[in-house]
Design a protein around this ligand. Sequence first.
Ligand SMILES: Nc1ncnc2c1ncn2[C@@H]1O[C@H](COP(=O)(O)OP(=O)(O)OP(=O)(O)O)[C@@H](O)[C@H]1O
Length: 343
Amino acid sequence: MADALLRVDAATVRFGSRTALDGVGLDVAAHETVCVLGPSGSGKSTLLRAVAGLQPLDAGRVLLDGADQAGVPAHRRGVGLMFQDHQLFPQRDVGGNVGFGPRMHRAPRAERDRRVADLLDLVGLPGAAGRAVDTLSGGEQQRVALARALAPSPRLLMLDEPLGQLDRSLRERLVVELRDLFGRLGTTVLAVTHDQGEAFALADRVVVMSDGRIAQSGTPLEVWQRPASEFVARFLGFDTIAPAEVAGRVATTAWGSLPVPDGSPQGTRQVLVRPGGVLLRPAGAGLACEVRGRTFRGGRVALLLAPARGPLLEADCALRDAPAQGERVGVVFDPEDVVVLDR
Ligand SMILES: Nc1ncnc2c1ncn2[C@@H]1O[C@H](COP(=O)(O)OP(=O)(O)OP(=O)(O)O)[C@@H](O)[C@H]1O
């Protein structure tokens, strides 16, 4: 990427014998929103801290607008930070919090007040400048923290679990608002979250980390449709995975022969069957299964099926079609939802 606003090049950070970042390379283009996902301890926060200048690198480089940031302190990097425990200044009102950055940059009072008012409008808290922060709800505090991070017009905005503390419905709403807001402002964003739903809703590109390395990088759709490895697939919550021998468009598995898409990797592999690819048929057709469990998700039901042979299968069906617990059904596989994993 020639015009990367942020370039992380072979970044390595060690804590004693533990390698928290292991030669990570990552580019973020101007106006792009990249979400870093991964299990606890995979190095997400360390990556963010290294970019921010809060964590020195043992090897590698961080470049912003092409300039190596080695030796540039955090406050001179022009990046905005919003951390998990967003820690507003409790003794300042909302306006004092949001205006903090511009004040540090010695912006004149009138300009500062205008900026604060604009940002509060933007985050959906118009007129809140005079409110004490301890009178705000969790979601409102999060919005103030965001406005504060945006106030100095950072060239890169970094968010660490930006919606971490909030309940799910509020998070789902805010994430849509954030995406819309970043789109309108043209902000370049590097965000860290362990919540895949949040990452997939917010990001132009997601980066999945494992043990200090990048396990996969791609658009939400690419990663969702073609997880690169068993690790990524399981991290995304796909559990219907089994060893297979792949030849041409057929995978031989414990469940029997599965059709796979054209161009699938060949030989000894793992195959993932997405729930949508497990198609229910009347008992007697296809692979015989018994319904072991049902989880209701809105208008859909996730079914856990015990097949006559092979590991458990997860299927997805409409509420009105859901078979009862213990019922016997048949299963056929849709090749569009069978993924032969690269590794
Ligand atoms: N200051 C530190 N001293 C020693 N080890 C550290 C330090 N900071 C992080 N680590 C270790 O480095 C690894 C990566 O940590 P990091 O906080 O980057 O992970 P993370 O993916 O952000 O995790 P989480 O989702 O739990 O916040 C972990 O094994 C962690 O224990």
